[in-house]
Ligand binder design. Structure first.
Ligand code: NAD
Length: 87
């Protein structure tokens, strides 16, 4: 099974990604790394089923569409992006 998790470097996103990876899922994590934690990504990257896309969801919609088309996720989806735009 494949799942995309946005905000994957954040508190909830990284913990959720870990759970999915631990159960053998393929996880494509998305984050723009302005507030996320690099350490969380280091841990997730130790799983061979983890893939990462550095992407700003607020401004890179076309790239997001391409990534989704390429990755072909299953229906499961978790979104943990705290904020789409800088204020
Ligand atoms: N942490 C909690 O206990 C809690 C409880 C209830 C609700 N929430 C909500 O859940 C969401 C996530 O919470 P969190 O604690 O994991 O936040 P967090 O700040 O730790 O993680 C959010 C992640 O989203 C990323 N992000 C933000 N905007 C982005 C964008 N435009 N493109 C790509 N990545 C982007 C950030 O870089 C960060 O890594 C928030 O909306 C929060 O309000 C959190």
């Amino acid at each position: 099974m494949k799942v995309i998790i946005t905000g994957v470097a954040g508190y909830l996103g990284s913990a959720t990604a870990y759970k999915f990876l631990d159960k053998g899922y393929q996880v494509l994590g998305i984050d723009f790394m302005k507030r996320g934690q690099g350490e969380a990504l280091e841990l997730l990257s130790t799983f061979k089923g983890f893939h990462f896309a550095l992407l700003d969801l607020a401004s890179e919609l076309n790239r997001l569409k391409e990534i989704v088309k390429y990755f072909k996720p299953d229906t499961a989806k978790a979104e943990f992006t705290a904020q789409l735009r800088e204020v």
